[in-house]
Design a protein around this ligand. Structure first.
Ligand SMILES: [Zn+2]
Length: 619
């Protein structure tokens, strides 16, 4: 530090902190660049709910601000305003933590640098430091009286170190459970602020799973404020919850796809049952109302926002998104997290083995009416292959066709000959028409990877493909591996997101009404669906592991029954169906002469013109 800096820093100690709030500062100084959706001077009034969240940052006695929200409510902009005001009026050591270092580099390049360059006051201060000591890099911005370091929660080195007065953490629910081996990144980063009596911590995130969500836990410990809108009829203020959103919908079929259209959306006041449309709600008087006001004395204010309140979210789009997501556990979870800003409670109620066994049906033929395509899932064991042939109809309604065991090892020719018999045969419908297995996925983990690769390569025309599990619980359900190794070998290796797949199978096993996602099973000796099969099918579940020591709470898979091959086989068979674009309309034409034989429209389809949707959706 040079003499001038010390003098200035000393002077800063005696200067009272500016009275200007973050929203006032932003209205005066912040400029949105052309990369923004709405370039030009910042206006807090554009999204009025932002004012109090931002101003809580400089509120006397408040040391922690928590924002649990949907995507696209402007939380990054709010954080940038808090940072901007700090650089300009109240500088000090600051740290901004995101889920990973790559995330922060991208953030720095795409949002922060632009934001600094666009606001003259920030440009001058950050630039000043740059020319003086070159102290500005992508992950470190210095300015007179302080610095802003950026780091990822995956970097223990970035989280340890100098004391920090102001800490910003974004997407805390997407941070790793532990920073390297050092422990919970939230705790590590917050520890660095304890020496400052005037510390400020800002935590923001869209939530994830109920019980494992960090932001939800933080939200509960704060004031739990909801943005409440004044009803034009009864003049009372109400939280805008999804349950009070009512919409008219219509379903049409586009070939094999169902298409939802949302005709109109209104909000119905839970007090007087009067309705208001989107524009009226967004223009109505509104204010934050805390559920847990006492937490203000502890200095923690927490806010929740959903997409219905955002000027950037259109109600029709959100409702359509719900309709498109409601039949798929994975999509529905994303809808809860990113649109409602709510954590998602995993449906743990799967089928009960005995109940599933009891509900087996007599099929009128080997392949019952409704089936439009067949796939096969094969689980590889050291001394045998276990397989299941599954029929698929519209809306993922499925029919177990046959399960069985091929004794022998995957490196024996005899084993593959038996597999060929299954792949070559025609499976018959009641009307005499037939189907072959369209795609088969065989597990290539285990001891015979090379043999399985070779076996599949020799059978390209039979569309049997090796599949490998990705156990990281990320990425799409199925994708084609494009590594050098597989490309060079001319191998069509598919990568399966095992957990997402299992979650969907288990979810489907709990569907109790024939129709979308319902799983049918045959009641015949030869088909092989014994009680053992059903025990294996629902042999795993996701359970919440409580936080322990410095490890955050998280969901883990627990095996409840040892023989889990049926779940794996069904997971592979489903992936084989979901991984390809089947032309179901053409299959319907060929197999049933275009006659609609499927109980296609879901039971909540457009009988009633107006539907009330419940947050605790059961499909
Ligand atoms: Zn009312």
């Amino acid at each position: 530090m040079k003499i001038g800096d010390i003098a200035r820093a000393t002077l800063d100690c005696f200067r009272p902190p500016s009275a200007e709030s973050v929203s006032e500062w932003a209205d005066r100084n912040r400029v949105l660049t052309s990369k923004s959706a709405e370039p030009g001077p910042w206006k807090t009034a554009r999204a009025p709910y932002q004012k109090e969240i931002m101003d809580a940052f400089t509120e006397q006695g408040i040391w922690k601000v928590v924002v649990m929200s949907s995507a696209q409510v402007g939380k990054t902009d709010m954080t940038l305003n808090m940072i901007g005001r700090s650089i300009d009026l109240d500088p000090g050591p600051m740290l901004f933590v995101g889920p990973s270092e790559e995330y922060m580099e991208k953030f720095s390049r795409e949002r922060l640098s632009d934001n600094i360059a666009a606001s003259p006051v920030l440009r001058r201060k950050v630039h000043e430091a740059k020319s003086r000591d070159g102290g500005n890099t992508l992950l470190n911005k210095s300015f007179p009286g302080g610095f802003l370091a950026l780091t990822g929660a995956n970097s223990p080195a970035g989280l340890a170190g100098r004391p920090i007065q102001k800490l910003f953490m974004d997407e805390v629910d997407r941070m790793p459970v532990s920073a390297g081996t050092e422990g919970d990144p939230l705790m590590l980063a917050q520890e660095r602020t304890v020496t400052f009596f005037n510390r400020k911590i800002v935590l923001t995130s869209t939530p994830t799973d109920k019980g494992a969500s960090r932001i939800e836990k933080e939200f509960v410990h704060g004031t739990q404020e909801e943005w409440c809108v004044e009803c034009k009829h009864c003049r009372t203020f109400h939280e805008l919850v999804f349950e009070d959103i009512r919409f008219e919908k219509e379903m049409t079929h586009q070939g094999e796809y169902q298409q939802w259209t949302v005709k109109s959306v209104v909000w119905r006041c839970p007090g007087c049952h009067g309705t208001m449309d989107e524009l009226e709600v967004k223009r109505a008087r509104a204010r934050w109302i805390p559920r847990n006001p006492r937490a203000r004395e502890d200095g923690v204010r927490s806010f929740h926002l959903n997409a219905f309140l955002s000027p950037w979210g259109k109600w029709k789009d959100i409702c359509k998104l719900f309709l498109d997501s409601k039949d798929d556990a994975n999509l529905l979870k994303t809808f809860y997290n990113l649109q409602l800003g709510k954590s998602f409670e995993l449906r743990t109620e799967t089928g009960v083995p005995e109940a599933l066994f009891e509900r087996r049906e007599r099929y009128a033929a080997e392949v019952p009416d409704g089936v439009l395509a067949l796939t096969m899932g094969i689980d590889t064991q050291d001394n045998r292959l276990e397989y299941e042939v599954v029929g698929w109809g519209r809306f993922e309604e499925s029919w177990g066709i046959k399960r069985g065991v091929i004794p022998g090892r995957a490196d024996e020719e005899g084993t593959w000959e038996k597999l060929d018999e299954l792949l070559d045969r025609v499976w018959l419908l009641k009307n005499g028409k037939g189907l072959k297995i369209a795609v088969a996925f065989i597990d290539s983990g285990g001891h015979y990877t090379e043999e399985i690769y070779n076996g599949c390569r020799a059978r390209l025309n039979k569309r049997i493909f090796p599949v490998k599990g990705n156990n990281k619980d990320d990425g799409p359900l199925v994708r084609l591996s494009k590594t050098q190794k597989t490309t060079r070998k001319g191998l069509n290796l598919f990568i399966l997101n095992v957990f997402a797949g299992k979650e969907a199978v288990l979810y489907n096993s709990g569907v109790t009404q024939p129709g979308p996602r319902y799983m049918h099973y045959p009641d015949s000796e030869e088909a092989g669906y014994d009680l053992e099969y059903f025990r294996g099918l629902i042999s795993e579940q996701r359970v919440l592991q409580e936080a322990r020591g410095n490890r955050a709470a998280r969901y883990v898979w627990e095996q409840t029954y040892r023989r889990n091959e049926p779940l794996d086989m069904r997971n592979y068979a489903r992936a084989a169906f979901k991984g390809f674009d089947f032309n179901l309309a053409a299959a319907e034409e060929r197999l049933y002469g275009g006659k609609k034989i499927v109980p296609a429209p879901p039971k909540d389809a457009p009988k009633k013109p107006r539907g009330r949707i419940s947050a605790g959706i059961k499909v």
